[in-house]
Structure formats: structure tokens, C-alpha cells
Write a protein that binds this ligand. Structure first.
Ligand code: HAM
Length: 430
């Protein structure tokens, strides 16, 4: 019986892993340039970490189970709540803001499709104690910087503020669970469903029109004035607009002005409190959102201090898909540069010795371990695209030499074993 991979999961083979590592290391490098330090939290957490804010309904969307001790646990669907939990236990006394980044797998019980998996990876950050427009702007600029560094083209960063929408809903007396339901539909971007729900719950025509108009508003910073003219600028709504305006000014100072103000962004997760943003890459189909984030207040919900924070996570798999679709060739080195082959089996110990000498000199080297025929060794090296084969033969050895075969040109040269590491290094680096 062939055992299948679980639905919505993937295996990654050598080349793909190399490409993923390459992207991961670029992201790490950029995040660290902005002063973020890496942290790691467990893959599974207490179930209540995710139900406390989101309610029991979230159980349908996640993997949860009881362990042998009867504890209710869940595989993490995201990392913001785990990081908030960790912060309360370990970092509350650390001077703020605390800048953390993470890379890890997340699990969601979703209907798998292109770009939507049950196990996927997030590369993200949390800036705890950093709500100011400056913090939000820095986080958004870092996301843009990362994508630029990776060479991704045509990504769009859409920025909104939940305060504006929530205030209109409050004014229209749409509160509590009903407000969350409306925000959920706005997040899905389903205008017809929204119009129908507003009709069903008897929202007055003015509020309905205003809401439908607002969620369709997209553009550059000049939109702020249009929104101001449109809404009844109650104190809260004005604060939210002012926050947005300040954020855009800071973003420009960070050198990023290629954003889209989009008041239709509602975000699916319910811990966000103000600024929110999403990054889209067209050409990825329905799963075009490669990143999402914003400002939230979760620490207090979990019993910690009242501290606002901001952050985002790249959907790592979607970033990989976008790079591939744009044929961004991710340059990867061959994993093995040199193959050491004894011409006869009785020279294999000498071959091991030479291979080890090369490895100790930092050259990635493979060696024939099982006594293959030379022809097979050469075709194996060829298959793996190894550029140099070191042939270890009795006659050469008598003179303290080996033969280096260049697999691309076919040329061979005799080299003293004393110099072999130096020579190969030069060849590989040239
Ligand atoms: P999120 O938008 O739910 O936000 O997820 C972040 C990103 O993960 C999404 O933009 C998407 O690219 C990717 N993603 C989500 N679900 C899947 C899936 N099933 N398969 C593949 N990729 C997926 C968060 O999780 C927040 N914790 C982000 C955040 C950090 N907010 C503040 N700090």
C-alpha cells in the first residue's frame, strides 16, 4: 500500500529547497538590517491562545486535538498570538520597542488549492510597543525593501485603517458580532454579499451608501481629502484619518511612496485595531495576497500590559510562487563542486583522504563510497552537474599527484596533492 502525503502538504526536493533557502536568507538579511532579532516559538500551542480573541468558531479553521494528558492543543495557524504569549512571559521588562522576526510553518484547515495549503510557511515580524506612524511606516518599508531585494516586480502595497470603517459601522449602530461579520465580508471583497447583508439588517440608506463607496476607494494620498469630505468626521473617524495621513508622510520619508491607499482592507484576523496593509501580486490567481499585517493590541487580551504593536507576515510559499511566475531566476550554486573518484577500488581510502582534505578547506565534495566503475562515476558526476572530478590513480599517486578533470571542457590536468585544495578553490571561484 502506498502511503500518501496528507492533503494540502508538499514535499520539497533539492532545487526547490535551495531556492527557498536563498529567499529565506535574503529576508533574514533585510530584517536584521532593520534591527530585528530572530525568535522561535513552538509549533503547537494551547488551543485557548487562538480561541480567546477569535472565538470558538476558529476551531473549524485550524488543526486542534487533545494530547494523551487531555490538554486541548492546536497547531499554530499563525505566529502573532504565539509571539504575544511569549512576550508576556519573557520580554515585558525589555526596553521597548521589541523587534522580533520569525520563520516557521503554520497550519490551517483550509480547502487546498493553488497557493493555499494546509501547511505553509510565514516569514514575519512583530514590533511590540510600536504603534506610532513611524513604526508602521518602518515595517511597511521593510516589506517593500525585502521584495525589491528579491527582484520581485509589480507588487502592490495596499494600506487602510480599520478605525475609519469601524466608526462608520458604530455610527450606523452595527456593533459587536454583527460588526465583525460585516468586516469579514468586506475582507472577502464580496460587495454583493455586503449590500445584501446591509439590506437584511436594515441599515439606513446613507450609511449603506457611504460604506459601499468607502470600501471601493483606492488611490494615492490625495484620497484622504476625498474621504474627509465624504464622512461625517466624528472625533474617532478623524483620528483614524489623521493616523493614516501621518503614516503616509513617514512612509515617504522612508523612501517608499508607491503604495495604494485602500479603505476596503478589513483583514481576516480580528485582533487588528488601526492601520492594516496587504501586499498583492497579480498573476497569482485568487491567492494573490503575499503578505498581510497591521497594528493590533493582543498583549492585553492575554493578560499582559496595554501595549500596541505592529507587524506583518509574508506568505513565504506565495512569495516563492510569485518569483517563479516572474521567472526570477534564483541563483543557486551546485551543492557539490568536486567529486573524488578512485580509478581502482583499492585506492578508495586514498580517495576518502583527499575528499576530506578538500572538505576541510571548505570545498563541497563528494566521493565514491561504494566502488563504482569509473564510467559510472563520471556519468553520475555529470548528472549532478558537478564541475570537477579528481581522479585518483596509482601512477599519479607515485608522484604525489592526482588528475583533475574539468567536466565542462573535458580538459584534464595533473596536480600535486599538496596544491589540490588551493587550485580547486581558484577554479571554483573564477
Ligand atoms: P494572514 O494574512 O492571515 O496574517 O497571513 C499572512 C500571509 O500568509 C497571507 O498574506 C498569505 O500570503 C499567507 N497565507 C495565509 N494562509 C495561507 C495558506 N493557507 N496557504 C499559503 N499561504 C497562506 C497573519 O497570519 C498575521 N499573523 C500577520 C501579522 C503579523 N499581523 C501582524 N503581525
Amino acid at each position: 500500500m502506498e502511503i500518501q502525503r496528507p492533503r494540502g502538504t508538499r514535499d520539497f526536493l533539492f532545487n526547490e529547497m535551495k531556492e527557498r533557502k536563498c529567499v529565506e536568507s535574503t529576508m533574514r538579511q533585510i530584517f536584521e538590517t532593520y534591527g530585528y532579532g530572530e525568535i522561535k516559538t513552538p509549533i503547537f500551542e494551547e488551543l485557548s491562545l487562538f480561541t480567546t480573541k477569535s472565538g470558538e468558531g476558529i476551531k473549524d479553521q485550524i488543526y486542534h486535538f487533545q494530547d494523551k494528558g487531555g490538554r486541548d492543543l492546536a497547531l499554530r495557524p499563525e505566529l502573532t498570538a504565539p509571539v504575544a504569549r511569549m512576550y508576556i512571559k519573557e520580554l515585558q521588562k525589555t526596553p521597548k520597542p521589541v523587534k522580533m522576526y520569525y520563520f516557521g510553518s503554520c497550519f490551517r484547515y483550509e480547502r487546498p488549492q493553488a497557493g493555499r495549503f494546509r501547511q505553509f510557511w510565514q516569514f514575519g515580524c512583530e514590533l511590540i510597543g510600536g504603534k506610532s506612524p513611524g513604526s508602521e511606516a518602518e515595517v511597511i518599508s521593510m516589506a517593500a525593501h525585502c521584495l525589491e531585494e528579491l527582484g520581485l516586480k509589480d507588487f502592490e502595497i495596499h494600506i487602510g485603517n480599520l478605525g475609519i470603517l469601524r466608526n462608520i459601522l458604530n455610527d450606523a449602530n452595527i456593533m459587536g458580532d454583527m460588526q465583525d461579520q460585516v468586516m469579514g465580508i468586506i475582507d472577502k471583497g464580496d460587495v454583493d454579499e455586503l449590500a445584501k447583508l446591509l439590506e437584511d439588517i436594515d441599515v439606513d440608506n446613507n450609511s449603506k451608501e457611504l460604506l459601499l463607496k468607502l470600501i471601493g476607494m483606492k488611490g494615492n494620498s490625495s484620497i484622504i481629502k476625498d474621504v474627509e469630505a465624504l464622512i461625517n468626521c466624528s472625533e474617532h473617524a478623524c483620528n483614524a484619518l489623521f493616523e493614516l495621513e501621518e503614516l503616509l508622510k513617514s512612509l515617504e520619508a522612508f523612501g517608499f511612496s508607491d503604495y495604494v491607499v485602500n479603505l476596503g482592507i478589513a483583514r481576516g484576523l480580528d485582533y487588528y485595531s488601526g492601520t492594516v496593509f496587504e501586499i498583492y501580486v497579480h498573476g497569482l490567481g485568487a491567492q494573490k495576497q503575499i503578505s498581510g499585517g497591521g497594528t493590533y493590541n493582543l498583549i492585553e487580551v492575554f493578560g499582559g500590559e496595554n501595549v500596541e504593536s505592529t507587524g506583518f507576515a509574508f506568505g513565504f510559499d506565495r512569495v516563492m510562487d510569485a518569483l517563479k511566475k516572474q521567472e526570477k531566476f534564483i541563483k543557486t550554486k551546485p551543492s557539490v563542486e568536486v567529486f573524488v573518484a578512485p580509478i581502482k577500488n583499492d585506492l578508495k581510502l586514498k580517495a576518502f583522504e583527499i575528499a576530506q582534505k578538500l572538505r576541510k578547506n571548505g570545498i563541497s565534495t563528494d566521493v565514491d563510497l561504494v566502488g563504482k566503475k569509473l564510467k559510472k562515476v563520471l556519468s553520475y558526476a555529470d548528472n549532478l552537474k558537478i564541475n570537477y572530478v579528481v581522479l585518483v590513480g596509482a601512477r599519479d599517486l607515485e608522484q604525489g599527484n592526482v588528475t583533475v578533470k574539468d567536466m565542462i571542457s573535458g580538459e584534464q590536468e595533473t596536480v600535486s596533492i599538496v596544491n589540490i585544495a588551493k587550485l580547486l578553490k581558484q577554479k571554483i571561484e573564477s
